[in-house]
Design a protein around this ligand. Structure first.
Ligand SMILES: NC(=O)c1ccc[n+]([C@@H]2O[C@H](COP(=O)([O-])OP(=O)(O)OC[C@H]3O[C@@H](n4cnc5c(N)ncnc54)[C@H](O)[C@@H]3O)[C@@H](O)[C@H]2O)c1
Length: 310
């Protein structure tokens, strides 16, 4: 049995955000075509330990990811392993799940933003300056080059440090940390929510009429980042129906209150297949994350590192 292990730095050097966006976009289309066996993830210890798995039939390759989550005092909050296996040959790649998760979660937001945000969108507000945050902005910047970035967090110090770092990395001059989320989203084209919040982060009245919102944070029924009124009013695209109905707190809340119905929810694969068309009004992309995304980024790693080892 061949096993190759790759760490965070190797992952970063092998996978650019545009490449991750491409492979994840293709993954969502393949998921729609039924190419993946992908059971709903196993949730243990009330969300503190997750196991995700998938098998891509056409390439006879499979991925299993374990995640341990601790949003209290551990940095990073999300750690674990990705194991990618070539089933015919018995070759395996083991990768750091912290980095793969950040990249593939950013990439999904990039795919959705590219499809749903107005072509001329250039300004972005990021709410939540934790582990996932930077890749949300990198992904948005890859599809809508930014001229302005605002960052909000409970910790203004953390928001400020991230705003400065991203401004320097992405050459965005107009960056600022803002304490109030309503103030921060006002007049902005794109909003990325990446928090562990259990209550909506801002009022829909603060958003522009054509704003696009990505929300990755809520992954338990008790968590929420978005208000019902926004979900009622916007085109709502989701990563995968079964997972969203089981885990996405704000969608579960909005279904319960009658703000949305299941028919209002459009899977990203279907939205991609239908094409951008002419959209008006607000758009939302709500994700909880699916194993296909990890498989997609791991398959890029396998191409680089398993082929090298051959
Ligand atoms: N959708 C997906 O595919 C996906 C993937 C990975 C993580 N997640 C989820 O995304 C969330 C963020 O993950 P992370 O690793 O960045 O967590 P993290 O703990 O590193 O960062 C969360 C940040 O949000 C801030 N925050 C929390 N509530 C806030 C509020 N109401 N207003 C402003 N700031 C607030 C915290 O201060 C912290 O800096 C988690 O709930 C995680 O489970 C989703």
């Amino acid at each position: 049995m061949d096993v190759v292990t790759v760490g965070p730095e190797e992952i970063r050097s092998a996978v650019s955000m545009p490449a991750a966006i491409d492979v994840v976009r293709n993954g969502f289309l393949a998921l729609r075509r039924g190419e993946f066996e992908m059971p709903t993830r196993t949730v243990l210890r009330d969300g503190a330990f997750l196991v995700m798995s998938t098998h891509h039939r056409p390439t006879a390759s499979a991925m299993i990811k374990t995640l341990s989550l601790n949003f209290g005092d551990r940095v990073p909050a999300i750690v674990g392993t990705v194991v990618w296996s070539e089933l015919g040959h018995g070759r395996h790649l083991v990768a750091d799940a912290t980095e793969v998760t950040r990249i593939r979660t950013g990439a999904a937001a990039g795919v959705a933003t590219d499809l749903l945000a107005p072509a001329e969108a250039r300004t972005c507000t990021l709410i939540g300056a934790g582990g996932q945050a930077a890749d949300q902005v990198r992904a948005v910047h890859a599809v809508r080059p930014l001229t302005e970035l605002r960052v909000v967090d409970h910790s203004l110090e953390r928001a400020d440090a991230l705003a400065r770092a991203l401004g320097a990395e992405l050459s965005v001059d107009n960056v600022i940390a803002v304490a109030d989320a309503d103030e921060a989203v006002r007049d902005m084209d794109i909003v990325c929510c990446a928090t562990t919040s259990t209550t909506p982060l801002f009022s829909p009245a603060s958003l522009t009429e054509n704003a696009h919102v990505n929300a990755i944070g809520a992954f338990r029924p008790t968590m929420r980042e978005l208000p019902d009124e926004l979900l009622a009013d916007a085109t709502v695209v989701i990563d995968e129906r079964e997972a969203i109905l089981e885990e996405a707190g704000e969608i579960i809340h909005a279904l319960g209150s009658g703000a949305v119905t299941e028919d209002d929810l459009i899977e990203l694969g279907d939205a991609l297949a239908a094409g951008a068309g002419k959209r008006t009004g607000r758009t939302v992309f709500k994700s909880v994350g699916v194993a296909m995304q990890d498989w997609a980024v791991a398959s890029l790693l396998a191409q680089t590192f398993l082929d090298q080892a051959r």
